[in-house]
Ligand binder design. Structure first.
Ligand code: B1M
Length: 218
């Protein structure tokens, strides 16, 4: 079994010390942080998600895997964030109201910081008003919203509507992401961009801050 498969397997088993140890071994063997993330940790988390869907594992196992993912991400964070890059812009980021899933959102935050953006992370279960008020107060030009549940996605629409109501649409841009989100949903609710994963979120934000809008969906 190669080292990235071991990382994925340890994540599935959910023992955080073993996951951290496997990640340390992968780093020592010269694997790139992004590779460890994509082909180790996220792969393991997706397997857990599939098994959960098929009732092969239950919520406690998912929680353990999530805890292990957090521990491993602490280790990878400094490797994903490059030092000393001047801020390219301010982004308010959070998981929408009613939604506790924050692993993907944290990852997007790390990659955005790594790309030189200042990220104000509001955490999870963030009310629409809090997104908008914080962006106004902090002078942020982008609001990034993550949702992992189909039931919490409508909260993204509320943020876009609030911005419209306050005549801020266009001045404060919105990007949405998370497994149930899509380009079509972004267009439907009037969000400015949809990010499929962390890297595409960074590309979207780069385009939004330099050109102001999309030419093509990512
Ligand atoms: Co829950 N959960 N969960 N869960 N969970 C899912 C999402 C689910 C798909 C599992 C399943 O049934 N297969 C399902 C949702 C079904 C649906 O709505 N369609 C589900 C459910 C049902 C639930 C509960 C309702 C279960 C219950 O209680 N019966 C409950 C809801 C709680 C709540 O939020 N109110 C619940 C709880 C939990 C835990 C707390 C146990 C835990 C979360 C822990 C945490 O986040 N701190 C958890 C987990 C871990 C998952 C799965 C297994 C993994 C999610 C994850 O972290 N993936 C998930 C199944 C799955 O996705 N395979 C599942 C890894 C992460 C890196 O990916 O978050 O997709 P992701 O982020 C990606 C992209 O989506 C994108 O970039 C990231 C990097 O590539 N992205 C963005 C994300 N945000 C972005 C923002 C952007 C741009 C891109 O711009 C701003």
């Amino acid at each position: 079994m190669d080292i990235l498969e071991q990382v994925a397997r340890e994540l599935e088993l959910g023992e955080d010390e073993n996951v951290v140890e496997a990640v340390q071994r992968a780093i020592a063997q010269g694997a790139a942080a992004k590779e460890i993330l994509d082909n180790g940790l996220i792969k393991g988390m997706n397997t857990i998600g599939e098994k959960f869907k098929n009732h092969e594992v239950f919520l406690p196992e998912v929680l353990l895997a999530a805890r292990a993912m957090h521990a491993a991400m602490e280790l990878l964070k400094p490797l994903l964030i490059r030092d000393g890059i001047p801020s390219k812009g301010k982004i308010v980021l959070g998981t929408v109201q009613g939604d506790l899933h924050d692993i993907g959102k944290n990852l997007v935050g790390i990659l955005l910081k790594g790309a030189g953006f200042e990220v104000i992370d509001l955490g999870h279960d963030v009310a629409p008003e809090q997104f908008v008020e914080t962006a106004k107060k902090e002078g942020a030009s982008i609001i990034g919203m993550s949702a992992l549940l189909t039931t919490t996605m409508p909260s993204m629409k509320k943020v876009v509507e609030l911005l419209k109501k306050e005549n801020l649409q266009g001045k404060i841009k919105t990007i949405i992401g998370g497994a149930p989100a899509s380009q079509a949903y972004a267009e439907e609710i009037g969000a400015d961009a949809y990010g499929y994963d962390g890297s595409s979120a960074v590309e979207c934000v780069e385009r939004l801050t330099t050109r102001g809008s999309f030419e093509k969906p990512l």
